[in-house]
Design a protein around this ligand. Structure first.
Ligand code: HEM
Length: 146
């Protein structure tokens, strides 16, 4: 089982391979100067302080996103697989589950909406057909009786 630290302050895994340190977004946001730069990419926290001068894309872009979620910018650049491999060196932990954007959560209501729209899509024509059936029977029975 993973050892979970609810709020890491030093980011050390204490040598346990399976341990995950969770960081609140507030903690990440504090690391936003050139002294210490943390970034969030795909829900993972990276300490890129020592990478600042080595980044082929320059230090400015990292400084701009310091303490924030850089997922979109990281993906927009189309980083190579080598760049993605490099991420591992700077990984210090995960964003606390309570702070994760409801990416999967938002799928549930959208599924619900699809479900609802699916029903409204079918129920209206079905009710319409039933009403038309009744009207047809009503008029045909009336014309027969007169
Ligand atoms: C720890 C995070 C990051 C790592 C390890 C990383 C690594 C790299 C590497 C290895 C390259 C060379 C090209 C490649 O191999 O893809 C690169 C280029 C670049 N990176 Fe990053 N990067 C990181 C974060 C970011 C972020 C957050 C941005 C924000 C926009 C960014 C913007 C760029 C740009 C603009 C280039 C230059 C692309 C080019 O000239 O073709 N990088 N990065």
């Amino acid at each position: 089982m993973a050892t979970v630290e609810a709020s890491g302050s030093d980011g050390k895994g204490q040598g346990v391979e399976t341990s995950v340190t969770y960081y609140r977004l507030e903690e990440v946001a504090e690391r936003n100067s050139s002294k210490e730069i943390w970034l969030v990419i795909h829900g993972r926290v990276y300490d890129v302080t020592r990478f600042l001068n080595e980044h082929p894309g320059g230090e400015e872009v990292l400084l701009e996103l310091a303490g924030a979620d850089a997922t979109e910018s990281f993906e927009d650049v189309g980083h190579s697989s080598d760049a993605r491999e490099m991420l591992k060196q700077y990984y210090i932990g995960d964003v606390h589950p309570d702070d994760l954007k409801p990416e999967s959560g938002s799928k549930v209501p959208s599924k619900d909406n699809t479900y609802k729209s699916y029903w409204s899509y079918w129920i209206i024509p079905i009710i319409g057909a039933i009403v038309l059936g009744f009207l047809y029977r009503y008029y045909t029975s009336e014309s027969r009786s007169s």
